[in-house]
Design a binder for this molecule. Structure first.
Ligand code: SF4
Length: 424
């Protein structure tokens, strides 16, 4: 369930029903101002709502003052072990401080940070990872690692509440995807505070994106989670932001920029789909409108399941078709297909209208019909899926009809006779 409470990190609301917030962390040495600010601008351009920077030394606190001033998005200071740095980060203007109350030097040190954060109205993210559970929970961890993680989270929440500090969000993270899902489900039932979701050390761009999509996607689909960070082993933090957005877009939780859909290809493929899709995906990054763009590897199925796409292409050997919202727009030579597609997208980006030339549309429709007719008997993946769906619908209608018929009782049959009850 969505968190009841929220915090404000700068001007960004986290929790309380606000859209799920995308955050990432810079990979640069924070004190290297030029490199850090470059990366912050890149992640902000990629759609990060918040950015976290590591603050392990005094020189990072110094840099933080400038970073907070110049950053286009609110900045979270990431502190470990040293509560003095947390105090200095708040003084430096950090919009939020992330710390693990279990490794900052004891409750008195946490109290000092909480007192200053309260006075300055600065929220905190308090959290614990599976690798940094407090000692007294190690035995429970061996028995039930999920319960140990949740208990740590709940205990930290209790500590902050006793300190009269409630301006925080909570994270409990693990490298283990099922444990992360189970722990956050439990925690969301036990506390009203916003939850930060992440999979610790998820891995490379490929495996880490998949693990995060499964773990975070499952929780987000349940309505759990108020802010997400995808942790990937890459120096390019903007890649984490792009993955986060793909997860949110796939779940229809937020919209940002175009959505690309593409057929999986098969033996009927009529052009070099790998290159074309990669090219289109890259070119689409420059657009802001949430248009849906479809790429179909052949025109054998017509426009089919891509009929809802705002724009799409489908190819044949020498010619291809540009279509829009289920209707042909125009037929073009194969080698111009992608450029012509982007001319249409550009026109739409400027006018927010889709212009249709009736003659070109008719020629495109005729071409498409010819290809469909020539291949009418082909059992393509799409046609097989359609046949299966029609069969499932027919089966389910037959079952509904049978169940709706009145039940007749044959009193002459014995109670153990299967024919005693029958449908009319
Ligand atoms: S039949 Fe379907 S999957 Fe195969 S190339 Fe054509 S559109 Fe793609």
């Amino acid at each position: 369930m969505a968190s009841q409470r929220h915090v404000m990190v700068g001007d960004v609301q986290v929790g309380g029903g606000a859209p799920v917030v995308v955050q990432t962390m810079t990979k640069t040495e924070t004190a290297n101002l030029g490199a850090t600010m470059d990366q912050i601008r890149r992640v902000a351009d990629a759609g990060a709502d918040l950015v976290r920077v590591a603050v392990p030394r005094d020189k990072d606190v110094e840099a933080l003052k400038t970073i907070v001033r110049d950053s286009p998005i609110p900045v979270i200071a990431d502190i470990h072990f040293n509560h003095t740095l947390a105090l200095k980060a708040i003084e430096a203007g950090a919009h939020c401080v992330r710390l693990n109350p279990g490794n900052i030097g004891g409750p008195e040190k946490v109290a000092e940070v909480a007192q200053l954060a309260n006075a300055r109205g600065v929220p905190m993210r308090i959290g614990v990872n599976s690798g940094s559970l407090p000692k007294h929970l190690h035995a429970l961890e061996r028995e039930n690692s999920v319960e140990a993680l949740v208990t740590a989270g709940v205990e930290f929440v209790g500590l902050m509440e006793r300190l009269d500090f409630t301006n925080f969000k909570v994270s409990i993270k693990s490298t283990n995807v099922p444990n992360t899902i189970a722990a956050n489900r439990l925690l969301s039932e036990r506390i009203p505070y916003p939850l930060h979701l992440g999979i610790t050390e998820a891995g490379t761009k490929w495996s880490g994106s998949l693990k995060s999509a499964v773990g975070l996607g499952t929780l987000l689909a349940d309505g759990i989670g108020d802010t997400i960070r995808i942790s990937l082993s890459t120096f390019h933090a903007e890649e984490e932001v792009k993955v986060a957005w793909e997860i949110l877009k796939a779940l229809k939780l937020r919209e940002r920029g175009p959505v690309l859909i593409a057929c999986p290809t098969c033996g009927r493929l009529q052009f070099d789909m790998d290159t074309v899709v990669a090219d289109i995906e890259q070119r689409l990054e420059a657009y802001e409108d949430p248009v849906e763009v479809a790429v179909l590897g052949c025109a054998v199925n017509g426009i089919g399941e891509a009929s809802h796409a705002d724009f799409g292409i489908t190819g044949a050997k020498n010619e291809g078709l540009i279509f829009s919202r289920g209707k042909p727009l125009k037929k073009v030579p194969q080698e111009q297909l992608v450029d012509e597609l982007f001319k249409e997208i550009d026109k739409y980006a400027q006018t927010k209208r889709i212009d249709v030339d009736a003659a070109e549309q008719a020629a495109g429709a005729e071409w498409l019909q010819r290809i469909e007719d020539e291949n009418a008997g082909e059992l393509t993946p799409e046609r097989l899926a359609k046949l299966e769906a029609e069969k499932a619908r027919a089966d389910s209608a037959a079952i509904d009809e049978a169940l709706a018929a009145p039940i007749r009782l044959d009193e002459t049959a014995s109670p153990t006779d299967g024919r005693r009850f029958s449908r009319a």
